[in-house]
Write a protein that binds this ligand. Structure first.
Ligand code: SF4
Length: 107
């Protein structure tokens, strides 16, 4: 096992162990979760931004101005929350005013 793979295994094991310590009903609440950093490699790969109004309209399908995290099919949590969990960024929250390149309309 390479050094990187061993390190990733240890990190994932620690996350799994922490998850096992949670009892039912103690799921992390959005307000307790860290915010996605725009500088995160995953965020950069997805072109995530906290402010959808800063995105070049040509990078989005029309109607670009109507695409933001709070109306994306992948957002979780409750309507009206400023920061909400997202299926693309497990364990973190995204800005309701944010956007990324995998935005999808709610059904
Ligand atoms: Fe926002 Fe949707 Fe991208 Fe998640 S998948 S960051 S909710 S646009």
């Amino acid at each position: 096992m390479s050094k990187i793979a061993r390190r990733q295994f240890i990190q994932l094991s620690a996350v799994a162990a922490a998850g096992c310590m949670l009892r039912p009903g103690q799921e992390a609440q959005a307000q307790d979760m860290p915010k996605v950093e725009e500088s995160d490699s995953m965020a950069q790969a997805m072109k995530y931004t906290h402010d959808a109004s800063t995105v070049d309209a040509s990078a989005r399908a029309n109607p670009a101005s109507e695409q933001h995290c709070s109306n994306c099919a992948l957002v979780q949590g409750e309507d009206g929350q400023e920061w909400r969990p997202c299926q693309i960024f497990p364990g973190k929250v995204v800005s309701a005013k944010g956007w990324c390149s995998v935005w999808a309309p709610k059904a």
